[in-house]
Design a protein around this ligand. Sequence first.
Ligand code: SF4
Ligand code: SF4
Length: 475
Amino acid sequence: MSLLGLGEFHAFGAAGQRFLYLVPSAAVFALDDAAAALIDALDNQRLSRDDLLAAVAPRFPDAALDETLTELEQVRAVGLVAAPPPPTPTIIPLTPFPLTTAVLNVTNQCNLSCAYCYEYSEDKIVDTTNGAQPKFMSDETARQSVDLLFRESGDNAVVHVSFFGGETLMNFPVLSRVVPYAREQAAARGKRVEFNLTTNATLLTSEMIGFLADHDIAVTVSIDGPREMQDRFRVFHDGRGSYDVLLPRVRELLRRHRSRPIGARVTLTSQVNDILGIYHHLTDEIGFQEVGFAPVTTSPGRDYALGESGFDQMVAEFKALADEFLETAVAGRHHGFSNVSETLEEIHKGVSKAYPCGAGLGLMGISTGGDVALCHRFAGSDEHKLGSVTDGIDRGAQVAFLERHHLANKTDCHTCWARPLCSGGCYHEAHTRYGTTTHPNLHYCDWIREWTDICLRIYGELAERNPAFLTQFDS
Ligand code: SF4
Ligand code: SF4
């Protein structure tokens, strides 16, 4: 006899309503009472279709239970137990895959000396002091990077250039010359190019701010919060704190550059972890429109690494700030906790990833010398090289990388309900923790699942209480 059982989902409740996050389709499904009763009846047991309907029918005499059950089968919340298992994910050949974003490491030098920096700390991948890469990208390499982006962008109507470092503004002359060049190239091809830049803001001048505003360049400032937190790690080479240097510059940036939200990006460590305090300082007291947080990428054992209790505290504070986000969003107002808005957008769009991010796929990092690698964090690493601005993308190397890193090869993730959004996590984190980009980041699974659950609940609350808020994620 064919028996029905539960499919693969993560159940959660929000606003008095029950929802399923359906893993195979990455869809969110709201249960009415009859559907919830059918799901509950299958908890821990398997039933024939008739027995299942008979078990639930007395409580819902007027409900069209058969239709509801069919719908649950269609979305694979319920399915035949004896059905053949879904085929193992197939890795679709990916050549040629268009490039969407080029991250230009315009310099690998920095005027700060943050102890936890992935480029300079003990965990660094590329030797930026004595290695083969030049310290600054030349005009020629910057232009060649732009040419590569357009050449490899296929039918994409919009391409993105990200400026990264080191400290990006240490090579402002090259940056300021390549922006108009990229615009000319875009116009000649009937495309649009968008720019963003990440900086520690300590070198920002009025002239630079004018340039960024005039050229509509999105800016993210790396900053860790109020003075005592910023100055814990984000110091100059002589040990001086950077807070007092960047503050007036950031204030001027926020005052004069209004066309784009200016974001802050905070690195959380064992000693810089007061998330609510940092968020409110950066938004209410300084005026940032968006703040994103990321735990420091480091091998375990460093004194700034977030340990087990650090991760627990981080999730608790993320939750408190996410609750604030929810109440603000229910009232129809903007809240700048970008970790939530980014995850909500992915949930809304039904994102289901075979790869954790765009690195090596539609996004590539370009080193100061013109080597193309997975992303900015690997730019200049021979081991992670995928071509060069002169020779183009090595499609063979790219395909080999994508085959090795597909979710299909991360067996630890195959039974995890959070895999559509996580897909194993950042390659750089994995490289630092496990010595290889292919390893899933199993040290933070509990945290990822808890965070995903928090965001699903917020999504459900908004879907019930202010669905109009979610329409911003339609496009
Ligand atoms: S790394 Fe962990 S949380 Fe992420 S998909 Fe794999 S098992 Fe799930
Ligand atoms: S590998 Fe990590 S650092 Fe690089 S783009 Fe992906 S998530 Fe970001």
